[in-house]
Design a protein around this ligand. Structure first.
Ligand code: HEM
Length: 214
């Protein structure tokens, strides 16, 4: 087969708009994590120096939160249908030992995303809007005065719990992206190799080959 007729070794997984959308979400999430932790505990207050001091950290945090919510919502609208759990996913979760021991050959066929990625997606779907709603309730001076002090206290607690869940989840998300070699390229260049797709997402690979997905 000549070089001109040889099929490309790379498959497109994300377009430029989707990658831009993802990285805006990721960068705003990191800014929120560090500014939020700075406000959460005095021992982490020193993070405020990256945001122009304590006052600026307090002013900026909720606005960055709104940007992340909008950006994540656009991402979620594009990907939610790829994250619906199937029968195979339930079996994949039952075989989580095989997943962590790298016995991918024993697992049921994975489609565009595996069950771990899908569950994390739904954790994001629950926690990000909850962070926005509780964040608005505790947002002084604009909205907090409209709520009772008990409501503001409960909202602050739920906000912190959701932030903890999200930060833990994103640590797993980043670890998995680095652990499965070749995955970061999907979100950096937009492409993956055929070998990566056939090994980690065989169901998606078959559909791409048939021209049913892109
Ligand atoms: C900060 C570092 C981050 C890194 C290195 C990273 C990396 C990646 C990579 C490599 C993928 C592609 C996975 C694949 O195609 O199989 C991906 C997908 C995705 N990421 Fe991230 N990400 C980060 C942060 C975030 C954050 C903060 C969010 C949301 C708040 C997020 C939401 C998503 C979503 C929704 C997908 C599509 C997967 C799905 O729909 O299940 N990412 N990420």
């Amino acid at each position: 087969m000549s070089a001109t007729t040889r099929p490309s070794l790379l498959l497109r997984r994300y377009n430029a708009g989707q990658r831009l959308n993802h990285w805006i979400t990721a960068i705003t999430f990191l800014l929120l994590t560090f500014s939020g932790l700075a406000l959460f505990h005095p021992s982490l207050f020193w993070f405020t120096q990256f945001f122009g001091g304590g006052t600026w950290t307090r002013i900026l945090h909720p606005y960055i939160g709104v940007v992340m919510f909008v950006s994540f919502s656009l991402l979620a609208l594009q990907f939610w249908h790829h994250n619906l759990l199937s029968r195979n996913d339930v079996q994949w979760l039952r075989q989580i030992r095989d997943v962590v021991q790298n016995h991918e050959d024993r697992l049921p066929e994975v489609d565009r995303y595996n069950a771990g990625q899908k569950l994390l997606f739904w954790v994001m779907i629950v926690t990000i809007p909850t962070l926005l709603i509780t964040g608005v309730v505790i947002w002084r001076p604009w909205f907090a005065p409209y709520f009772t002090i008990d409501t503001v206290r409960i909202a602050a607690l739920v906000h912190a719990v959701c932030a903890f869940v999200m930060i833990s989840g994103i640590i797993v998300h980043i670890y998995a992206a680095l652990w499965v070699k070749g995955t970061i390229g999907a979100m950096v260049r937009g492409t993956v190799t055929r070998a990566w797709a056939a090994k980690h997402h065989p169901g998606w690979y078959r559909r791409v080959i048939r021209g049913e997905d892109h």
